[in-house]
Write a protein that binds this ligand. Structure first.
Ligand SMILES: NC(=O)c1ccc[n+]([C@@H]2O[C@H](COP(=O)([O-])OP(=O)(O)OC[C@H]3O[C@@H](n4cnc5c(N)ncnc54)[C@H](OP(=O)(O)O)[C@@H]3O)[C@@H](O)[C@H]2O)c1
Length: 311
């Protein structure tokens, strides 16, 4: 097969995997894709300062480890002082304690931040089993997955070097949700269903990725979102036990889930574009089959909500 034909077939197969979800998001998806012609293999993070939130378990811990092995100066960010110390010691990395669901904790991290920053990875994420409020009175999934990262991005952006990158770890679950004012209000004040609430916050992350990308472009900072695929982590095992048992061996390892985070931190192509949603090292649509598109007003509402709630 000629190289061009091989690349076209590889691209078609890659897209087919993406649309079938089960194959694309599980382990076979990554295994097959990484063997196809044109798989972008380049990652250079040597000497880069990369902060990873939620780096004490699951995909975040695996990303921190991979980045560290590739020579990055990793900053392990987590909410548990003991876990942060353990992981940071193991990697020989800097540790920072921060509960990203708490605006006060995010501000404290920003106040004591020192030194340069090349890549900020917002990986910490939760799917609370029931509606819970933070000490600041904000619904926990929104506070952790959306508001804390939004504030951290805003406050750490001045520290990000020209050529800096922000990576938001979202989820393919966002495809099923459309951002609109009522849905966000429902998330913050109304009925609570864990998977729906989670998916709405993950949609919000993708929308905010695009909005940050526009706002930070003139500073030379790129902003991307990604979906790790389905990986067997402590979070998945506890929040979706039946899913974990059912898919079992088909699930990715945390390191496989972290693969595209590492690529977005140090791959060449992500540095050339901004505001995209990635999975398995390739940009993917943000809306499947044109469904669930939000209006510009809904996007602005979300931005204003973050401004308002964060003071
Ligand atoms: N696993 C998957 O299949 C999958 C699929 C789609 C998207 N994702 C996304 O990938 C990311 C990582 O997921 P995971 O499966 O690795 O989750 P996980 O196993 O639950 O690990 C989550 C990490 O985030 C930390 N964390 C949680 N809340 C925090 C907070 N308020 N402040 C600081 N750190 C906090 C946890 O700290 P502790 O160690 O203290 O608990 C832990 O280190 C999440 O954003 C998730 O939505 C995962």
């Amino acid at each position: 097969m000629s190289t061009t034909l091989g690349t076209v077939v590889a691209s078609l197969l890659d897209t087919a995997l993406d649309r079938t979800l089960l194959l694309g998001y599980s382990r076979p998806g990554l295994v097959i894709r990484s063997r196809l012609p044109g798989w972008p293999g380049d990652v250079d993070v040597a000497g880069k300062v990369v902060a990873v939130t939620g780096a004490t378990a699951g995909i975040g811990a695996a990303a921190a480890e991979d980045l560290s092995r590739r020579g990055a100066d990793v900053v392990v960010v987590g909410r548990s002082p003991e876990k942060v110390a353990t992981v940071a010691d193991r990697l020989g990395a800097r540790g920072e304690v921060c509960d990203v669901s708490s605006l006060a904790s995010v501000r404290a991290l920003v106040d004591r931040w020192h030194g340069p920053l090349d890549v900020l990875v917002h990986n910490a994420g939760v799917m609370p089993p029931s509606r819970q409020l933070t000490a600041e009175g904000i619904e926990l999934a929104f506070a952790t997955n959306v508001l804390g990262p939004w504030l951290l991005t805003r406050e750490l952006a001045p520290h990000l070097a020209d050529g800096g990158r922000v990576v938001n770890v979202s989820s393919g679950g966002m495809y099923g949700q459309r951002l609109n004012r009522d849905l966000m209000a429902d998330l913050l004040e109304g009925n609570y269903e864990p998977l729906v609430a989670y998916a709405r916050t993950k949609r919000a992350e993708v929308v905010l990725t695009q909005m940050w990308a526009d706002r930070l472009a003139d500073k030379g900072i790129v902003v991307h979102a990604m979906h790790p695929g389905w990986a067997l982590t402590p979070g998945i095992a506890s929040s979706l036990p039946r899913f974990s048992t059912l898919l079992g061996p088909l699930l990715r390892s945390p390191a496989e889930g972290a693969d595209t985070i590492v690529y977005l931190a140090g791959g060449h192509a992500p540095g050339q574009r901004t505001g995209l949603f990635w999975h398995d090292r390739r940009p993917r649509p943000t809306h499947l089959f044109g469904l669930n598109k939000e209006t510009p007003e809904a996007r602005d509402d979300l931005w204003h909500l973050c401004e308002e709630l964060s003071g």
